[in-house]
Design a protein around this ligand. Structure first.
Ligand code: 13P
Length: 245
């Protein structure tokens, strides 16, 4: 299966930046891997228009509700209706700054899957949690709570991203061995939880993925791709992550 490279643009870019990105990216992308882009919600229609069909577009968050009186929220139904392919849920920045918890995310995941979106569910430990030796048990809890009773999950629509919080935007990457240890643990949990497809569920690594460390990370047995912040903003870097020049 091809590796999956997802660009999380976070709260970045202008209209001009988006146009410049796709002008370069569309020319260089040769589909050696799958490429997905999660832009700000306001730029979604623009990204849809600028990208080619081989790149998929999605968002970084959505509501647990499909419609109604929820001022300022993003409807997963509206996202799907606009041709959105996926949504990132449970990013550590959402957990840290917007009070999201694995329990509240459980409802968002359920609604997004029901509406036909693929979900990239993020898990990961902080530095104090790692240093206290709690990494694996914490990730187990995040997975149990977020994935509890998700009967609509399949190998295609559920993707897990392991993002150690201490490696996000810091330039500190988990070593390939550190990442693989956690990915192998997640893989085992997924196999237990979903005997029919857990071995095929894609598990992405995120946290300071860059052109110069991506090859070693992707060479690990249970790393099926990357969830990339900073290095996804420049088309040249994102192309390099996708195996293109
Ligand atoms: P960086 O690649 O900038 O470390 O961000 C990772 C991330 O948070 C992707 O979701």
């Amino acid at each position: 299966m091809k590796k999956l490279m997802v660009g999380n643009w976070k709260m970045n870019k202008t209209v001009k930046d988006c146009a410049e990105f796709f002008e370069i990216f569309n020319k260089g992308f040769t589909e050696k891997c799958e490429a997905w882009i999660a832009s700000q919600a306001i730029h979604f229609p623009l990204v849809e228009e600028l990208k080619t069909t081989s790149t998929k577009a999605g968002l970084q968050n959505c509501s647990e509700h499909v419609e109604g009186a929820y001022t300022g929220e993003i409807s997963p139904r509206a996202l799907r209706d606009m041709n959105g392919h996926f949504v990132i849920l449970g990013h550590s920045e959402r957990r840290q700054y917007f009070g999201e918890t694995s329990r509240s995310l459980n409802a968002k995941i359920r609604t997004a899957l029901k509406e036909g979106l693929a979900v990239i569910y993020c898990v990961g430990e902080t530095l104090p949690e790692r240093e206290a030796g709690h990494t694996l048990s914490l990730i187990e809890d995040q997975l149990h709570q977020g994935l509890n009773d998700q009967s609509l999950a399949t190998a295609e629509n559920l993707i897990i991203a392991y993002e150690p919080v201490w490696a996000i935007g810091t330039g500190k990457t988990a070593s390939p061995a550190q990442a693989q240890e956690v990915h192998a643990h997640i893989r085992q949990m997924l196999k237990n939880k979903y005997p029919s497809f857990g071995d095929k569920t894609r598990i992405l690594y995120g946290g300071s993925v860059k052109p110069d460390n991506v090859t070693e990370l992707l060479a690990q047995k249970d790393i099926d791709g990357g969830l990339v912040g900073g290095a996804s903003l420049k088309a040249k870097d994102f192309l390099a992550l996708c195996g293109d020049k």
